[in-house]
Write a protein that binds this ligand. Structure first.
Ligand code: GLP
Length: 259
């Protein structure tokens, strides 16, 4: 099962998640990192920038989970721009090595196959950072997404559009479509690192980690994966039934085990 780590707040989560990411990046010669957007990974990205030291990350390849359809190139809320601000510049990545699903009108018919081919050509994702939506989505795989799905165009739910309206002037500006890695694509990553913070995520977290495996809760795919690390703040963990056990597992984690 997933290793579930419950920490006091999102800063502590950012520090712990950064240790997991550095262990991966420092441990392999050709790292391929799957990167999430949204507000959840922000403390992690800040901590990576703070603790980067003298590392040269220009060879690191990164793949975004998803991208909005219909935003003009350079729109500040397109995930390509978000990643430029949050990781490319602060971490000194080569922008050519940071891939985002193609989402312009001309690319859409073949966007999924193209993106899957790019991930495969890089050797697959080694460590995938994930957030979770309040409706249980991962990437933009909304409830009902096939557990075997691959990268494709999806329609956003009204709840996701409402949740993400805070990044736009109004909900009317939030796109209705996106291109997202599928749940099958995400499951192919060798290690999943899922982060969630705040009481508004508690229900989705409990359903994903302790509920039945179900396309209705796309985040429940973590139950199918052999190597998952989950880092939660107390609020996001508040709906879990076995939190005391997870705390014991963390407290007695053998030192040799690594992440
Ligand atoms: C967003 C993204 C997801 C993200 C989730 C949660 O819309 N597409 O990758 O994990 O929804 O967002 P946030 O981290 O802002 O709560």
């Amino acid at each position: 099962m997933a290793e579930i780590l419950i920490v006091a707040d999102r800063d502590a989560a950012g520090e712990l998640a950064a240790r997991v990411v550095w262990e991966y990046l420092d441990g392999v010669p050709e790292p391929v990192l799957g990167v999430a957007t949204g507000s959840t990974p922000e403390p992690l990205y800040r901590e990576l920038a703070r603790t980067r030291g003298g590392r040269d990350l220009s060879r690191l390849r990164a793949f975004a989970l998803d991208e909005y359809v219909g935003l003009p190139a350079g729109h500040p809320e397109s995930y390509r721009e978000v990643l430029r601000r949050e990781i490319v510049e602060p971490l000194g990545l080569d922008p050519q090595h940071v891939h985002v699903p193609p989402a312009d009108a001309a690319s859409l018919p073949h966007a999924g196959e193209r993106y899957e081919a790019e991930i495969a050509a890089a050797g697959g994702v080694g460590l995938q950072i994930l957030g979770i939506g309040s409706d249980g989505h991962v990437g933009f795989n909304e409830p009902g997404s096939s557990l075997a799905s691959r990268t494709r165009v999806k329609t956003l739910t009204e709840q996701t559009r409402r949740d993400n309206a805070r990044f736009f002037d109004s909900i009317d500006d939030v796109p209705r479509h996106c291109v997202t890695q599928g749940l099958g694509t995400i499951r192919d990553a060798r290690h999943l690192l899922l982060l969630a913070f705040g009481a508004q995520k508690a229900q989705a977290v409990a359903a994903a980690l302790e509920g039945p495996l179900s396309a209705s809760i796309p985040g429940s795919i973590v139950q199918l994966h052999p190597h998952v690390t989950v880092i939660l703040d107390e609020d996001a963990a508040s709906g879990l039934g076995h939190a005391d056990y997870y705390r014991d597992v963390a407290r007695f984690k053998p030192e040799w085990q690594g992440w």
